[in-house]
Design a protein around this ligand. Structure first.
Ligand code: FAD
Length: 423
């Protein structure tokens, strides 16, 4: 049979359909499957890059992210300690757009219509998807710290979303009077970056030791214990003796009130005048997860094998926003989950091979110059959750050489993971 052009196209499409059914023309006439990703941070940028890179143009990828420059929270404490510049933490989306063909839309996602499979944006767009990936990070629980809300974040910064808040906090530390008090209200579990508040205390102490050695640091903490506690406490004792006081729940660290106008912190009714007050409230999944109707309590439950929502198989949730099991809420975790999710989404949409889910995380913290410590683990997907397989942690009393090597490892990790996210 001699084929004319019309017949050839029809035959080719039918043949393609035999081997790659998901690539058939969509109901709305769109030729390629569409993945929309909300949030261009550690989870979202990685997922976007991996889906675009590995699908070789077979999937249309749209990334919705309001900011033009993403400032990493990871290493933002090092900026507070004077070890990094703010510029070195900033990453643009230019390479994702130019080299990976990702449609980067700088806008806020304001709603998800799960029946129509569309995302609405503040700019008025309606963006259709076959699969939606949400990686919006965290928002704060309203009323979590009495006296504090987002309107007080200029007087009492959280600096738990990096950028202007981090710069503000550092400026406040620099402006402290000699012998003044830096207070931190630490968050309850679970929260973004379990060692983060305590690395921050170390970095602020490092700066104060150089510029304001009689200053004090007061931590009000609702938790009995915290990540790498032994390592941090030994480090504070060695490097910042007498500077840091932590008040745990036994002594009212869970009964806090702040007054941003008076600059006071009340711990169990005992009021202290403070010069800086870093309030890190309780956290929940970024608001868009709530708006999509896929949260239970503060977080979005997901299946471990592919990070799909337990409430909607066409939506996946990555990173800090999801309730997945044993992994801590970290950039490394989000990046690791994103790769598993990208592989599964690509498999579902194009029929490509889906590999068994494996996850890893390491959290490094800097205590003082060249004094790095780490904790990490590997994980696998079970029917119930992402489950920890094995782990490691630095030891108290390690040599200066080991601590320096750990710090250098963390610098290499930063360069590697940001390249993995942003290309
Ligand atoms: C002080 C500090 C230190 C840390 N140190 C480390 C560390 O050393 N190592 C480590 O691994 N992790 C660290 N972390 C944790 C790490 O930053 C987070 O776990 C990680 O960023 C989570 O990734 P994510 O994709 O879930 O969220 P994010 O990286 O926060 O990305 C979320 C993105 O979604 C966007 N977004 C939110 N809502 C919407 C919406 N409605 N529409 C469109 N876009 C939206 C936001 O603008 C943001 O860019 C640290 C965190 C802090 C605060």
């Amino acid at each position: 049979m001699k084929l004319n052009r019309r017949a050839f196209i029809g035959t080719a499409a039918a043949a393609a359909g035999t081997f790659a059914a998901p690539l058939l023309v969509r109901a709305d006439g769109h030729a390629k499957p569409r993945v929309v990703i909300v949030g261009g941070g550690a989870g979202g940028a990685t997922a976007a890059r991996y889906i675009a890179k590995d699908s070789n143009g077979e999937i249309d990828v749209t990334l919705i992210e309001p900011t033009r420059t993403y400032y990493t929270c990871f290493f933002s404490n090092l900026y507070l300690g004077g070890f990094r510049t703010m510029d070195s933490l900033g990453h643009s989306y230019g390479t994702l757009a130019a080299e990976y063909g990702i449609n980067v839309v700088h806008d806020w996602a304001t709603g998800v219509d799960r029946d129509a499979k569309t995302v609405a944006t503040a700019g008025g767009y309606t963006i259709p998807y076959d699969r939606l990936i949400l990686s919006p990070g965290i928002d704060f629980v309203d009323g979590a710290v009495a006296g504090w809300d987002v309107t007080s974040q200029n007087a009492m910064p959280h600096a738990y979303k990096a950028g202007s808040q981090t710069e503000l906090l550092r400026a406040q530390v620099e402006a402290m009077p000699q012998g003044g008090t830096y207070a931190m209200v630490a968050p309850p579990n679970p929260f973004r970056c379990p060692p983060g508040p305590y690395e921050r205390v170390s970095m602020v102490a490092h700066m104060l030791k150089e510029t304001n050695p009689t200053a004090k640091i007061l931590i009000a903490d609702p938790k009995e214990k915290f990540s790498k506690q032994g390592l941090f406490e030994a480090g504070w004792n060695d490097h910042y003796a007498g500077m840091i006081e932590r008040v745990g729940p036994d002594f009212g660290g869970d009964n806090i009130e702040v007054d941003p106008n008076a600059m006071t912190l009340s711990i169990d009714g005992d009021v202290t005048n403070v010069d800086v007050c870093n309030v890190i409230p309780a956290m929940k999944a970024g608001k868009i997860a709530d708006l999509a109707g896929i949260t239970e309590g503060n977080w979005a439950p997901v299946n471990a094998a592919d990070l799909s929502s337990k409430m909607d198989e066409n939506i996946h949730v990555l990173g800090d926003a999801c309730a997945q099991g044993d992994m801590p809420k970290s950039g490394f975790s989000a990046n690791s989950q994103a790769k598993v999710c990208a592989n599964a989404v690509r498999g579902a949409l194009t029929g490509s091979t889906v590999f068994p889910a494996r996850f890893a995380n390491t959290c490094w913290s800097l205590i003082d110059t060249n004094n790095g410590v780490k904790v990490g683990a590997s994980y696998e997907a079970t029917d119930e959750k992402i489950a920890k397989v094995d782990g490691f942690i630095s030891e108290v009393g390690e040599s200066a050489e080991v601590r320096q090597a750990t710090f250098e490892e963390s610098v290499g990790w930063y360069d590697g993971i940001t390249a993995d996210m942003f290309g």
